[in-house]
Every structure is written in C-alpha cells, then in structure tokens.
Write a protein that binds this ligand. Structure first.
Ligand SMILES: [Zn+2]
Length: 473
C-alpha cells in the first residue's frame, strides 16, 4: 500500500520579493522531504522561559533548529508566516503512547491511524510503552524515519518485560532477560518497559538496560504476591515509574489499584515515597487522563472537541457499541480523584513528571472512546487543573520527556541544535492550557504537516474493517 505522506508544497524562496506564505498548500508525495524553513511572526514558548516570547524568527535547516532570533528570511527557505494568534511550542513527547488496538479477541499495534493521530495532535515523539507487535513497530519507526510514512518519532520500547508480554514465559531466568534486552537493544529499542514482573527479573532488566545506557520504566504494583512496589524498584535503580507512586502507604495485601483507591491523598506518610523519587531523580508518569476516560467522566477534560469515534472503522464502531461503565470504571473514578491530589503534592515537593496518555483501544475491556494523541491535551489540562502552573505543564509535556529518555540534547525545547519539532496552536497556552487543542500545524524534523490533513487520512481506519479482517491472519 502506498504510504500517504502529507506535507506542505515546498515553496523555495528564491529572493525576498517572491517570498510566499505557504500555509494551506499541500503536496501528496511518497517521501517527506525536510525543508529549510523560516517561521516568522507569532509567539514562541521555547521551554526556557516561564512565558511566551514574541517570535524573533525561527530557522530550521536540515531538520534542525539553527537559529532562534534571526531578522530576515534567507534565500532558499520555505517561509511559514504566522499571525499574532499563533503560538509555537516544542513538539509534545508522550512516554506512554500505546498504538495498541484490540478487537475480535486479537491485539495489534496499529500502524495506520495512530501514527497520524499522534502527529496531528502535535505529539512528535512517542515511547510505545510495551509493544505487542515489536517487529511491526520497529518497521514503522524505520519507515517514519526514512520519510516514507507520516508519524511521530518512535522511541521503540520493544516487547514488555513481564507477564504482560504475550511471549513471556513464567520460567524465564535472569539469563533470558539479559538475552531479551540485548536482542531488542540491537534492534533499536530506546528504553525498556516492564509490566507484571517479579523482583529478581526486574533487577536483571535494570542492570542490563543500564549497561546499554538505556532507561527502564515499569507498570508495577503494591508488592502483593510476587509483584514489585515502586519503592523497591527505585532502590534497585529504576529510572521511571508509570501510574502510581507506590510506597509503604500502598498496602501490599491487595492490588495497587484497590490499595490506591483507599489512600488519603493528604496522608503525611506519602512524603516518604515522594522524597525517594526526588532524591533518586526518578520520573513519574501519572497517566491521569486514562483513569478519567475509563470512568467515562463528564468533566470538561474528557469532552470531545473532535469526533474521536470517527477514527474507528464503521465495523469496529458497530461492535463496540456504547458499553456501560464497568467495575474497573467505578474504581478508576476513585483513582482519578486520588491521583489529581497526589500529583500536586508530588509536584510541590519537586518531583519529576512526564506526560503519558496510556490509551490502548480495547473492545473487550473497554477503556473509553478517548484516543491517544488527543489524550495528550487532556493530560495537560488535568495537570493544570491539579494546580501545576501552565509553563511547567508544557515542560512536563516536552523537555521532561526528553530528559527522562536521555535525549534532551536533541529534543524537548526550541533551542539551537535541537531537532526542528514544533506544533503551532491558536491562543496563548500560558493563559489557557486548553489552547494546545487548537494545534493546526506540526513540524517534525523540518517537515510541515497539517493537522486537518493528517486527521482526515486517519478517519475510519482504526480497528478491524470486518468480522474476518483480523481473524484470518
Ligand atoms: Zn499502558
């Protein structure tokens, strides 16, 4: 199938008199070419200041930012002329970005709609946080990097480490973990993810990943049974933690979900675990939005500003129907409210936070209609509503993710030397974080994409097309 690449027509400015505003012109081609680009007017949130600044002229050459603050456009550059309502932000980095879709009892990583939906939303970098089809995801990453497919940068996680992996064997030894790490690092994994793993094997995973210079994150538990509490994982040297901060307050007599729903978020004993994160520089990815979506909450953040159901295939939409909230939804509502309070305490104590959407799209264990990509904006809104200042929310969504993955020399802010990854929105995000939802143009590595065009190309593509579409594979 032909890869559909959407990019603006390359209007090379030959001299100052022929400068053209290229917004709105499109080119359908097979390979996206990195443009030498000059973005003028509008505003910038570089990530370095707490406020936006007037755009002093942003120059992107060969995919990299080469100047922030250059007066006149240079010959041979495409010009993006912005209005006073346009704000340029560093590309969003989603560190819990599932591409996963389940239907007909089959689980897959979607490489057709999800890459476009992420990119359309200004998410220019994704860590898939446990791939179900890791070879397919690796192939997608290569095709995107070569400009053959539109999509965000993919920092491949490779398969899960632990029982969440379809190919995990309960008899795996440390040696098996070492081999799995070596294999997937050689295949290009940029970080590793554990889920439902025991202490011994998590220790082996962290040790081996660190030998390769990569970070490890995990979906852990309370410590119930053979599970690992984040507190123990931090003492082992884990770099990042998903979903719940853990600690002794999380009773290990029941699952982390049940236990967390019961804690008092103002309990002073929570300080102990928070301080451990701060001391060890461990990043926490709260994925708050997903709990609200699972609970089908009606709060503002969970409303649709784009019809997200329209991205499902008509057949997938039909078989999903309108499921009522189940018991996990009831629990998720409690978790959502606890997490909103915990994250503020964690932030106030100086804890490091990253942005993660955590929106696998599942029919059987329905998690709500909200899709990853759009969910990045929900997560930002929720962090803001939790009481985190908007400039820090934007940094959580950008530079923090880059730092957490060891890529802050290339990603996460608008600075000379970094990759030219930005999104352009309408309205000042410092005044209202919800303005990030108005993203209309995304630049990744100097290639310009239109949000509308990417979304149009993803419509009706998510999930199985017919009853036998996924079953006869
Ligand atoms: Zn997840």
């Amino acid at each position: 199938m032909d890869a559909l690449i959407l990019a603006y027509r390359i209007n090379v400015v030959m001299n100052r008199k022929s400068q053209l505003v290229v917004l709105g012109l499109f080119l359908l081609g097979r390979v996206a070419i990195s443009q030498n680009l000059y973005i003028e007017n509008g505003w910038l949130f570089t990530g370095l200041d707490d406020d936006v600044i007037q755009n002093p002229g942003l120059l992107i050459q060969n995919g990299k930012i080469v100047a922030v603050g250059i007066e006149s456009p240079v010959d041979g550059y495409t010009i993006l002329e912005l209005t006073s309502q346009d704000y340029v932000l560093p590309g969003i980095i989603d560190l819990h970005a599932h591409y996963r879709v389940e239907g007909m009892g089959v689980v897959r990583d979607d490489t057709v709609a999800m890459p476009k939906i992420f990119l359309a939303n200004g998410v220019t970098t994704t860590f898939p946080a446990g791939e179900i089809e890791p070879y397919k995801m690796r192939d997608l990453r290569i095709k995107i990097d070569q400009g053959e497919r539109p999509g965000p940068r993919i920092l491949n996680s490779g398969p899960y480490y632990g029982n969440a992996a379809p190919d995990w064997n309960k008899d795996f030894s440390k040696e098996d973990v070492y081999q799995r790490v070596d294999k997937w690092v050689a295949l290009g994994a940029k970080g590793l993810k554990a889920k439902n793993i025991n202490k011994e094997l998590l220790e082996a995973l962290i040790e081996r990943a660190h030998q390769h210079g990569l970070t490890v994150t995990a979906h852990l538990n309370s410590g119930v049974g053979t599970s690992v509490n984040p507190q123990d994982a931090i003492l082992m040297g884990i770099d990042r933690v998903e979903h719940f901060v853990g600690g002794d307050l999380l009773a290990d007599t029941t699952s982390a979900y049940n236990s967390l729903a019961r804690i008092d978020p103002s309990d002073p004993r929570l300080d102990e675990i928070i301080q451990l994160y701060v001391k060890r520089n461990v990043y926490f990815d709260p994925t708050i939005n997903t709990y609200g979506s699972i609970a089908q909450l009606k709060e503002d953040a969970f409303k649709f500003w784009v019809d997200e159901k329209a991205f499902l295939t008509p057949y997938y939409r039909e078989i999903i129907g309108n499921p009522a909230r189940g018991s996990f939804g009831d629990l998720s509502e409690k978790l959502f409210h606890v997490k909103m309070k915990v994250i503020k305490r964690y932030y106030d104590a100086g804890g490091l936070i990253t942005l993660g959407t955590d929106r696998p799209y599942l029919k059987q264990s329905f998690l709500g209609f909200q899709i990853g990509g759009f969910a990045a904006h929900r997560e930002m809104q929720l962090l803001s509503e939790a009481g985190i200042p908007n400039a820090d929310v934007l940094r959580i969504a950008t530079i923090n993710g880059a730092k957490a993955m060891g890529l802050s020399d290339r990603l996460g802010s608008i600075e000379v030397g970094k990759w030219g990854d930005v999104l352009i929105i309408k309205g000042n995000p410092i005044e209202s974080i919800k303005s990030t939802r108005t993203v209309h143009t995304v630049v990744k590595g100097g290639v310009i994409y239109s949000t509308d065009e990417l979304l149009a190309a993803a419509k009706g593509k998510l999930g199985p097309m017919s009853p036998d579409d996924w079953t006869n594979k």
